[in-house]
Design a protein around this ligand. Structure first.
Ligand code: ADP
Ligand code: MG
Length: 258
């Protein structure tokens, strides 16, 4: 490592998260480099969504640290002291992280194009014309150029999820978090969403993808991380974790989903 090495895009050290007295994230350490695609696997309830929400300032962690692009989540350093971020600062930091959920969460009363330009204009104070031009390019990229003026309810689930991805990308995020983006879709619509994600990965986007799509993980992930009961059980290349899992918990999980 040289002094000018860029920091990891995400670095978690000893992250703990309680809900009330219930400890659900129990000391997660992981690191995601720039341009890396990490697929996060694990049984329901293992803390995957909670961990993503912690990265994206949606939950406060109780111990440990998370850094995104070198910046401590939740804090700002000033005169050698840490200060908790104010709401406006959190909004700015969050605007640099794209998140796509299982439920598409599009604004139902806005057209597809309006969905894409809302946040860049309101949060980033961008000129509408610029945000709109980029939105049209992104809609083309996700194969929905002809749906710019449609309302979400007229689209299929797969189309809505592609709009949700384009909407996140229109904020020009440095990191994309996906939380089971295809779990709510009819099986025949899963492929078109995975295709968009594959394209994004090939384009160099840093991504953390919680998914049960093992074939996608095998093909697209640089790193596969298996979580169970709030901890990282093992992490490695797809060939290592999916092809030759070392831990019995990983083996029994894969036996169920493969
Ligand atoms: P996963 O995404 O791996 O299925 P979650 O992060 O959703 O796991 O949940 C981890 C644990 O935290 C589960 O036991 C779940 O019931 C609990 N949990 C998740 N969200 C909340 C919440 N907002 N309040 C209280 N408990 C929660
Ligand atoms: Mg979840």
């Amino acid at each position: 490592m040289t002094a000018t090495a860029t920091p990891p895009m995400v670095e978690a050290i000893g992250v703990h998260k309680y809900y009330g007295s219930n400890l659900v994230v129990k000391g997660i350490d992981l690191s995601v480099t720039q341009g890396e695609v990490m697929c996060l696997l694990g049984p329901s309830g293992s803390g995957k969504s909670t961990f993503l929400r912690c990265i994206n300032h949606l939950e406060k962690i109780n111990a440990g640290t998370i850094r995104v692009a070198g910046e401590l989540v939740g804090y700002r350093q000033h005169n050698d002291r840490l200060h908790e971020l104010r709401d406006a600062e959190i909004a700015t930091r969050r605007s640099e992280i794209g998140m796509v959920f299982q439920q598409f969460n599009l604004f139902p009363h806005m057209t597809v194009l309006q969905n894409l330009i809302e946040a860049p204009v309101l949060v980033r104070r961008e000129k509408a014309a610029e945000a709109r031009a980029r939105a049209r390019t992104l809609l083309e990229r996700v194969g929905l150029a002809d749906k710019a003026d449609a309302y979400p309810r007229s689209l299929s689930g797969g189309q809505q999820q592609r709009v949700a991805i384009a909407r996140a990308l229109n904020m020009r995020p440095k990191l994309m978090l996906f939380d089971e983006p295809t779990s709510a879709l009819d099986p025949e619509l899963v492929g078109e969403v995975l295709d968009v994600m594959r394209d994004l990965a090939a384009d160099g986007m840093t991504m953390i993808v919680v998914t049960h799509e093992i074939a996608f993980a095998r093909e697209v992930a640089d790193t596969v991380t298996f979580m169970d009961d709030g901890v990282v059980v093992e992490s490695g290349t797809p060939a290592e974790v999916l092809g030759n899992p070392r831990h019995p918990r990983t083996q029994s999980f894969l036996a169920k989903v493969l």
